[in-house]
Design a protein around this ligand. Structure first.
Ligand SMILES: Cc1cc2nc3c(=O)[nH]c(=O)nc-3n(C[C@H](O)[C@H](O)[C@H](O)COP(=O)(O)OP(=O)(O)OC[C@H]3O[C@@H](n4cnc5c(N)ncnc54)[C@H](O)[C@@H]3O)c2cc1C
Length: 333
């Protein structure tokens, strides 16, 4: 049964999850806005093999997650995804639907808004609630010469897309609880007019190590040039960049450009994975601005393990190979 409580919905855009946290950022903003209209915050997620994301959304602020998880939805198909979401929206009548302004969201949100016969403000740079309880959607207008506050007074839901990075996500809270509403795949979905034949990831764009959100750093503990190469594969899958310690660069397992430390580059990723690195000050001095460090080392007493937010006593190579296997199974290339 539809809940009588008002809802703000965030559409779950889980593609490129490691780089792109826009869904979590929107959940956070939705939680800020919700008290002003007495609403609950819900995420809606459509696709297949979604349990991990459901847990993530709850840990980052979703009070309810509507899940439509079915093998038939494994590949993104705009007609089906929009039809499903439109039906759910008609059934549960959310006040607001927020979507990330990703490549996916920029296609999906207008399509959905059209189905729901409502307005949509694209690429918002701020969201607020005004004294009438309406969503104020702040977005650049007229070629960026003006900043406009836009409201949707009559049609519902009020819809907006927001660029990644506009809001801060709520930190992961393992103890958070939420309601999970699992819904069956409707039997009468329109037959998709577009069929996915094959997809493959574009070759990674070169990005500067200093600007990468994910940095994979490898040290002498990787063992050999051949083994070190696997870090590049892991970085590709995580859309990150590879950094290296000085012995690695001297052994020519990686180029000098990859050197992280006093004599090399300083990094400030959201996540840094450190493989087989002892943690000498000349290296760690360049990691001070990393948000979250996970270290893998055979030696639990290595300095790097003490500095890390999560320290895993393990063989660096085995972990790297296992991560590659796991990601290849999950990422839809
Ligand atoms: C003037 C100066 C400037 C320097 N500038 C830099 C710099 O900019 N950047 C830099 O990195 N260094 C720099 N150094 C060198 C620095 O002092 C360290 O020697 C270097 O950082 C150590 O690199 P490492 O951790 O890869 O190797 P090591 O210190 O040899 O550590 C290897 C680690 O791998 C672990 N290990 C081994 N096998 C495995 C396995 N199978 N699985 C998991 N873990 C394993 C070991 O327990 C160990 O902790 C500089 C030094 C000097 C003197």
């Amino acid at each position: 049964m539809p809940s009588p409580k008002r809802h703000i919905w965030v559409f779950g855009d889980y593609r490129n999850y490691f780089q792109n946290r826009v869904t979590l950022q929107l959940l956070s903003r939705a939680r800020d806005l919700a008290p002003a209209i007495g609403a609950e915050v819900a995420a809606v997620i459509v696709g297949h093999d979604l349990d991990e994301y459901v847990g993530e959304y709850i840990a980052h602020g979703a009070q309810t997650v509507y899940v439509l998880d079915d093998p038939a939805l494994k590949d993104y198909n705009i007609e089906r995804y929009a039809e499903i979401t439109a039906r759910l929206s008609k059934r549960y009548a959310p006040e607001i639907i927020l979507v990330g302004a990703t490549v996916f969201g920029r296609e999906f949100a207008p399509f959905l808004a059209k189905r729901l016969k409502t307005g949509l403000t694209a690429d918002c740079i701020d969201l607020n609630i005004n004294e009438k309880g309406l969503l104020v959607q702040t977005a650049p207008a007229f070629g960026g010469n003006l900043i406009a506050d836009i409201v949707t007074p009559n049609a519902r839901p009020q819809m907006a897309t927001v660029r990644p990075g506009t809001f801060q996500e709520i930190p992961h809270d393992d103890s958070a609880t939420g309601r999970v509403v699992r819904l069956p795949l409707p039997g009468d979905l329109p037959h998709p007019r577009v069929r996915l034949i094959r997809s493959r990831r574009l070759p990674q764009r070169a990005q500067r190590l200093e600007e990468a959100a994910v940095v994979i750093c490898g040290g002498r503990g990787m063992g050999s040039k051949t083994k070190f190469k696997k870090l590049f594969e892991l970085a590709r899958l995580m859309e990150g960049e590879v950094g290296a310690t000085r012995p690695v660069v001297h052994a020519n397992w990686a180029g000098h450009d990859a050197l992280v430390g006093q004599a090399g580059r300083h990094v400030r990723p959201r996540v840094l994975l450190s493989f087989g690195i002892s943690g000498a000050i000349q290296h760690t001095a360049a990691l001070a601005n990393a948000d979250f460090i996970i270290a893998f080392n055979k030696n639990p007493h290595a300095t790097m393990m003490k500095l890390a937010d999560v320290a895993v006593v393990a063989d660096a190579n085995q972990v790297c190979s296992a991560l590659i296997r796991a990601l290849k199974g999950r990422i839809r290339e």
